[in-house]
Design a protein around this ligand. Structure first.
Ligand code: FE
Ligand code: FE
Length: 164
């Protein structure tokens, strides 16, 4: 058991975790957009894919600030969340509740990201990485806004139809 690992190590490891996760999300979002029926939901996933490119970019800026290579570390959590999303896409293909399922998968992804970015921002502040904290906060806000938009869509048209 290594006893010398510090918060700096944990910060870097967690950056690698979310960097890996963002790259997986970048691949999953076009599939979710393609599967969605509701045009607003489709557009929402597409817009968030664009934002996600920015998230990857911000993380690369942070690695550079830290003088570290931008490298991902397998994140089993996001792989599991994305796998569940795939199951919903398969099991509910052509079904009235498909969009509701896609929204639920999207929210699981956003909540994972919010948890990571919230923690990373706090650690960056604690470790005196002011610029990194600002970048992490900017991404956190976009994840949170996306989550709220999905909550809104969850109560709109397609879901209402699926409940009828
Ligand atoms: Fe993201
Ligand atoms: Fe996101």
């Amino acid at each position: 058991m290594p006893q010398d690992k510090t918060l700096d190590d944990l910060f870097l490891d967690t950056l690698k975790d979310i960097y890996f996760a963002e790259k997986q999300i970048l691949k999953a979002l076009p599939k979710m957009a393609k599967a969605a029926n509701d045009p607003q939901l489709k557009a929402g996933f597409e817009e968030h894919r664009q934002q996600t490119e920015g998230h990857v970019d911000r993380l690369e800026q942070i690695f550079e600030m830290l003088g570290q290579p931008a490298r991902g570390k397998t994140c089993e959590a996001i792989l599991g969340i994305i796998e569940e999303g795939k199951e919903i896409m398969d099991d509910y293909k052509g079904a009235p509740a498909l969009d509701a399922g896609l929204i639920s998968s999207g929210q699981a992804v956003e909540h994972y990201e919010m948890a990571r970015y919230g923690t990373l921002k706090a650690w960056a502040t604690l470790l005196g990485h002011k610029d990194a904290a600002q970048l992490l906060d900017a991404t956190y806000k976009e994840e949170s806004a996306t989550d709220k938009k999905l909550t809104q869509l969850a109560t709109q048209t397609e879901n209402a139809k699926a409940a009828a």
